[in-house]
Design a protein around this ligand. Sequence first.
Ligand code: EPZ
Length: 418
Amino acid sequence: MDKFIIKGGYRLTGEVEISGAKNAALPLMSACLLTDKECLLEGIPYLKDIDTMGKLLTSFGSELERDKKGVMKIRTEKIKNYEAPYDLVRTMRASVLALGPLVGRYGVAKISMPGGCAIGDRPINLHINALKKMGAKIEQSHGYIIAKAKRLKGAKIYFDTQTVTGTENVIMAAVLAKGETIIENAAKEPEVVDLVNFLRKMGAKIEGEGTSIIRIEGVDNLSSASHKVIPDRIEAGTYIIAAAATCGNVLVKNCVMEHLDALEQKLVEAGVTIQKEKNGVRVIGKRETRSVDITTMPYPGFPTDLQAQFMAFMTIAKGLSVIRETIFENRFIHVSELKRMGADITIKDRNAIVKGVDELTGAPVMVSDLRAGAALVIAGLIAEGETEVLRIYHLDRGYEAMEKKLSKLGAKIKRLKE
Ligand code: EPZ
C-alpha cells in the first residue's frame, strides 16, 4: 500500500487544473447501459472508482474503450450477465447505479447489497422502494437484491431523504418505463443535472432537474450521444481549501464556482479572497483567518464531501468553529487523526467544536475514507514538520494524480511504497 510523505509549511502557489467529476462520470457511464448504440464520454478522470465501474460494465457485456485524453467509448448491444458481484460492489458502492438501467432496459438486475462503509450504514431502501412502486419484483437473498420487471411503469416517488444516487437510479429506471414518473424531494446536485443533460441528448424526456420535482416521460428506446463531464466540484473545493489553509495564492482552472456557492460564502466569511478570473478562480489565503461555523446539507447547502477538508482548515483559524454533519452518521473519523496532529476538537453528537490552535505538528496518520484522507493531506500541508499519510488508496479512488498536482503548486509531497 502506498503512502504520502508531506513536509508542511509551504504556501501553495501557481495553477491547478480540475479533472472531470467522479460523481458525475459514474452515473454517466452506467447510463450507457440504456442504449445499444455507442456513446462517447469526454473528460472522464483517471481514478480507481472509474476503473471499477468500467470492470462492472464489461462484466455485464459492454465494450469499453479509453484513450489517454479522457475520452471513453461505451457500447452495450446486449448484456450477457446482469449481476454486480459483491467483490466489485464492496469496493465501490456506486455500483448500485447499475440497478436502474439494468431493470429499466433489460427488466432484470442482481446487485450485491453494498453494505455500510466507514462514514455510515448507507442503506439503499429508498432506491428499492422506488423500483417496487414502479412495478419491479424485488427479492433480497444471500446479500443480493434481485429486481425483475416485464416493463417498469411510471409512478409518483417521494423520497423521505434527498438521495443523490437514489434520484439518479430512479431517473435511469424511468426513462424507458411506460408512462410518467414524478420524483418529489429529488436531489439537486450538479451531477444529477449532468446525468439528465446526457439522457436528454439520448432522447429521454425529462424536466425539473436541479429542482425538488423531476418529471420523466418514458420512451421506447434511446439513441447514442456524446457528452463532456462537468468539472469535479469536490476536487475543486479541496484544492481551494488547501490554497486558503496554506495562505497561498492559487488559480483553480476548469472549476464551476457556481457549484460551490456555500463553500465560497464560508471562505469569504473566514477572510479568504476568492476572485473570478478569465480562465479560473483565484484563491488568496491570509495569515489570520477567522473561525466559521458550517452545517452540511444536501445541495446547494455546504457539501458533506467538503466537511473534513474545511475542518482541517479551521484547526488553525482564530476562534471556535462548530461543524455540524447532518448527512452521514459517522463522518468524523478524521477528528482523532487531526487531534494527533495537535488539533483541539471536541465532538458532541453530530457537532465537532474546533478551537483554533497556533499550529499543527506533523505525525503518521491513517486514512479511513476518501474525503477524510483529503483532510489529512491538507493538515499535513499546514503542519510543522513531516506527516506520513497511510492507506492513500482511498485517495486514489477520487483524486487524480493528487501528489503531482500538489507538487506543481509547491507542496513538498512524495508518494512512497509502504
Ligand atoms: C452520493 O452518495 C455521493 N456518491 C457521495 O460522495 C456523497 O457524500 C453523497 O451523495 C451525499 O452528497 C456518489 O455520487 C457516487 P445519498 P449517495 O444517497 O448517493 C441516506 C464521495 O466522497 N439514504 O445522497 O450514496 C444516506 O444514508 C462520496 O465521493 C437512505 O437512508 O448518498 C445518507 O444519510 C461519499 N436510504 C443520505 O440519505 C437510501 O436508500 C444521503 O445519502 C439512500 C440514502
